[in-house]
Design a protein. Sequence first.
Length: 252
Amino acid sequence: MKKIIAGAALSACLTAPVLAENHVVGGYFADWQYANPDNPYTVDDIPADKLTHVIYAFLSMCGPHTGASEAVQSQVAKACEGKAPFTAIVVDQEAAFNVDFGEVSVDVPYKGHFAQLAELKKTHPELTILPSFGGWTMSEPFHAMAKDDAAIEQFAKSAVDLIAKYDFFGGIDLDWEYPGGGGLTTSPWNPDTKLSDEAKAQERDAFTKLVTVLRDELDALEKKTGREYELSTAVGVGPKAARLTGRLQLRS
């Protein structure tokens, strides 16, 4: 499995070529940036010939999003109608499926960014496109999911079902900010939201289980489709990250 070893916001100019076959050059595509009047950015602007990976930011799951904006909370509520808790969802469905960004040659029953990404995959078949779950404003449900193994399994299965439905995706990226706290709704400087040592340890174990179950689900999908699917995550450096990744290595 490849790892993301370089990344950048796709609204930045990327001019360096891919240096070698085993290098990975990835960038996050922000699904909201098209509506920025000062710097609009769409799939057509992605320099696909200079990238190996495009990471679509961000998807989420059905669960608490109290730290997100009212607009995001409304999108989540709509996307989760009739769905079980901790089901993987496309949050901004208007941008993903409905906005007309131009004609495509692929035969898909939707418009939006997803139609453009399907076209991009057709014209650049070597490109890997991953949906990223979480981000700074939508990682809150990960903390709730971490408390229940059944919730982890529900998210993992539904996330893999989602990428199977939109087959331009080539795997899954996790952007849980952060296992063990320190994110928007788990600030260590806020006594009302900081996690206890027990909760931190639980989330460490939950992250290990999440990665393991996701990999198992992706392996099962590989057997059905004959394709390979990647699983990536953004992990910082430091003692906390070392403890997290070390546990993953021990249990992989």
